[in-house]
Design a protein around this ligand. Structure first.
Ligand code: ADP
Length: 794
């Protein structure tokens, strides 16, 4: 199984978001408009159908109406033709039966009237109409205008409707009858029952559900229709001319009154509902899509992040199934174990971590209450070596997963372990040194609490068990009574621990003293101790290194006592020997034979040499024992140099060399002991003379260096080999060579000089090149503190 790779989804664009918001609205409006359009279309179609239907129905009604009217016309035409044929005469008996039968056939004909010369003569049926007989039209103000119009136009015309004398509403079809010579005869009128004429049309109209009216165009537009009634608000969809003589009659039909709009409303409601549902669905689906894509995006991003972290993690990470099979591993894990990921899948966890019992892991996991398991283990590298790793395991166990998986994490700690082992070894090594070193080493806090102590220190200070933990080490090392030393040590510790860490790295403070103290058991011991510091994490501890020098001190005492005894015991007889020899050489016993004189001279020289040696030894002894007194005073440097040159002239002569003093113009005053300075100068001048070649010169100079005056004795003799240079100021140190031996000396001179110069706050040193000579110098403090040279008083 490989870890799925995910593609980054782009965040939802502004356009898409806008579309998500607008589309439902667009769909709502669009579908609504479509609904309205469909409804409109449907209405239009329906209207057009209705219109066609109205037109065709109106045509049908017109046909009925025309047939009703035309029947009368035919009847009238026939009667007119009969009258004309009879030249205006007729016999009532002849036409009455005919007219009666005609009238009976035509239900709508109320009566037929013959009015020769405009006076009603005959009326069929007579019954009920008797009152009309004899009526003279010109007398009838109501009817006469229309009648007159017919006569004048010579054309038949339909008149009415008007109220009939006999009751009801009638229409009159009047035909002016002209005889052959165009002579007006009279009027034939057919009175029609308007209701009956319109009844059929009405009936048919009702059958066809046609709403119509019969309009007389000659009347004012707002005049009442001849028949029927239509609402002025309604659109007339059909205007059909009705064939009626002398009249302009039209049938106006309107579409059936609006049918119930209920269905339209239902349709509209359904349409808008669909639109609404559709837009809600779209909005919801957009919302769903958005949520889906957001969560997919978040998931995707988190997976990407996880993958990135997984792949770039500085520790090895892998997914292992519950059977110990590798599912996936990150590059670091592969690197630590030396495998390719594909190769890891061919082996199991047990091959890498044989010490890890996978079958027990789940139990351990539960026992640990699901907190990650950690082990320090040796894992097997592909090359067979072992890699010490810190391993942590966490179980992923969800119901939805078929199996449980382990998240396996390792950190290669081989180096750390090796380093720790090394540190451990180093620590053991250091501890071994500390344990076996002869010096006592005690580490304390600044206040003197013992933090650690080595066996030598325990042994020197005779601490039983861990009693050192409870002592004030500063007091112990300084001695209870030695308040001055205690103050000095405390001051040193305080000032040194106050030094900042950075400074302390460059500057190492050091303190060394000797002291006689009481060990833990109360016995006196002579110790030498030094103080140094160790700084760790801003904490400064004090390290005391102490050495029991009781033995050495005892030996030194013995040695010094021995030396002084020997020296004094030697010097007293030697002085009398030298004195005696000098007397003999001086001729106290008269002139001596040459051989004896030579012997006496040699004995005197050797005696003097021996005296010199004894003096040196005694001087050194005094210096070391601190018994030599120094009388410090202000001295002229030039005077000192000149005196010392004078004192040593015998040497110059003996070795045939020349002392040269380059005296400065100004003298300097030094603060020193005159006798000791002369002693130092004598030693340097005599050495320079001794180790120069005959005829050489020895230069003496004084130069000022700040507040110190430097005295230099420069010779051009054999110089000092490099290998002897660093121990020249040690006691009894001589350059090993026949020359030196020949020249004699104790090897104590320079060490005595060093002690003396340092006691006078000066320094001593030399530069020398073998074969070219040496330059020995020492410094002494110039008196005045303000550094002004003091002019020589000489
Ligand atoms: P010594 O009494 O032997 O002269 P010093 O301490 O004065 O003792 O000198 C020690 C040694 O240093 C000498 O023995 C000699 O070897 C060497 N030395 C001192 N001064 C000089 C010098 N100017 N030139 C060469 N060697 C010198």
């Amino acid at each position: 199984m490989s870890v799925p790779q995910f593609r980054f989804l782009e965040h939802e664009s502004f356009g898409r978001r806008l579309l998500g918001r607008l589309l439902p609205l667009i769909v709502l409006i669009g579908t609504g408009i479509a609904t309205e359009l469909i409804l409109f279309e449907e209405r239009s179609r329906q209207a057009s159908l209705d219109q066609q239907k109205v037109i065709s129905n109106a045509g049908e009604v017109r046909a009925i109406l025309e047939s009703e009217l035309n029947a009368t016309i035919h009847l009238a035409s026939g009667l007119v033709a009969f009258i004309q044929a009879n030249k205006g005469t007729y016999k009532l008996e002849e036409i009455e039966p005919w007219l009666v039968s005609l009238q009976k056939q035509e239900a709508s004909i109320r009566n037929i009237t013959l009015a020769p010369a405009n006076r009603i003569q005959t009326i069929v049926p007579r019954q009920g109409n008797e009152s009309a007989i004899g009526m003279y039209f010109p007398d009838n103000a109501q009817q006469w205008p229309a009648v007159e119009k017919v006569i004048l136009s010579k054309r038949p015309a339909l008149a009415g409707p008007f109220a009939l004398k006999q009751g009801g509403i009638g229409l009159a079809y009047r035909v002016p009858v002209f005889l052959q010579d165009d002579q007006y005869w009279g009027l034939v009128s057919t009175i029609l029952d308007a209701e009956s004429v319109f009844a059929k049309a009405k009936q048919r109209g009702e059958e066809l559900q046609l709403q119509f009216a019969v309009i007389d165009l000659d009347l004012a537009p707002d005049a009442k229709p001849l028949y029927g009634n239509i609402n002025a608000q309604q659109d007339v969809v059909s205007r059909l001319k009705v064939n009626a003589p002398g009249r302009q009659i039209e049938i106006h039909a309107v579409p059936p009154s609006k049918q119930n709009q209920f269905f339209t409303h239902i349709q509209r409601f359904a349409g808008w509902s669909v639109a609404f549902i559709l837009s809600v669905l779209i909005a919801k689906s957009f919302q769903f899509y958005r949520r889906q894509s957001r969560s997919y995006f978040a998931l995707n991003e988190s997976q990407q992040r996880f993958m990135r972290a997984f792949n770039t993690a500085p520790q090895g990470m892998a997914l292992v199934d519950e059977d110990g099979l590798w599912i996936s591993a990150n590059p670091m894990l592969c690197q630590i174990l030396g495998y390719k990921e594909s190769d890891l899948r061919k082996i199991s966890l047990a091959d890498i971590a044989p010490d890890l019992a996978i079958q027990n892991l789940q139990r351990e996991w539960q026992a640990q209450k699901n907190s990650s398991l950690q082990y320090e283990l040796n894992l097997k590298h592909r090359n067979g070596s072992e890699v010490t790793c810190l391993l942590s395991l966490a179980l992923i166990d969800y119901e939805k997963l078929e199996k449980a998986y382990w998240i396996f994490q390792i950190i290669d700690i081989s180096r750390r372990v090796a380093a720790e082992k090394q540190i451990q070894a180093n620590a053991e090594y250091t501890q071994a040194i500390l344990n076996n070193v002869a010096e006592g080493i005690v580490c304390t806090s600044a206040s003197g609490v013992v933090l650690s102590i080595n066996p030598a220190a325990i042994s020197i200070l005779k601490f039983p068990d861990e009693s050192f933990l409870h002592v004030d080490f500063l007091q112990l090392i300084c001695g209870k009574e030695n308040h001055q030393l205690l103050a000095e040590v405390a001051q040193f510790i305080q000032s040194s621990t106050a030094i900042e860490l950075e400074e302390s790295e460059t500057e190492s403070a050091y303190f060394k003293r000797e002291n006689i103290i009481k060990d833990y058991l109360g016995n006196d011991i002579h110790i030498e101790f030094s103080i140094s510091f160790t700084r760790q994490k801003n904490q400064t501890d004090v390290i005391f290194v102490l050495r029991d020098i009781s033995e050495r001190k005892y030996l030194e005492l013995m040695q010094s006592e021995f030396v002084s005894i020997v020296s004094h015991e030697l010097r007293t007889p030697l002085t009398s020997i030298i004195g005696s020899l000098k007397l003999i050489e001086g001729g106290i016993f008269g002139h001596l034979p040459d051989s004896l004189a030579r012997m006496i001279h040699i004995a005197l020289q050797n005696g003097q040499q021996l005296a010199l040696i004894i003096n040196d030894i005694l001087d050194m002894d005094k210096l070391v024992a601190g018994k030599m007194d120094f009388k410090l005073e202000e001295l002229s440097a030039s005077t000192l140099v000149r005196s010392s040159i004078e004192n040593n002239q015998s040497y110059a002569r003996q070795y045939q060399i020349n002392f040269e003093f380059d005296q400065p113009e100004q003298d300097f005053i030094v603060y020193a002991d005159a006798q000791r300075v002369l002693q130092v100068m004598s030693n340097l001048l005599s050495n320079a003379a001794k180790f120069s070649r005959a005829g050489n010169k020895v230069e003496v100079s004084i130069t000022r260096h700040a507040d110190q005056l430097k005295f230099t004795v420069r010779d051009y003799g054999e110089g000092i080999p490099q290998q002897y240079q660093d121990r020249l100021f040690k006691k009894f140190s001589q350059v090993d060579g026949s020359n030196t031996r020949r020249k004699g000396g104790t090897g104590l001179g320079l060490s005595i000089c060093k002690e003396m110069v340092e006691r006078m706050q000066g320094e001593i040193g030399f530069n020398s090149i073998e074969g070219q000579g040496s330059s020995f110098y020492f410094t002494l403090p110039i008196v005045n503190a303000n550094n002004k040279p003091i002019a020589s008083s000489t």
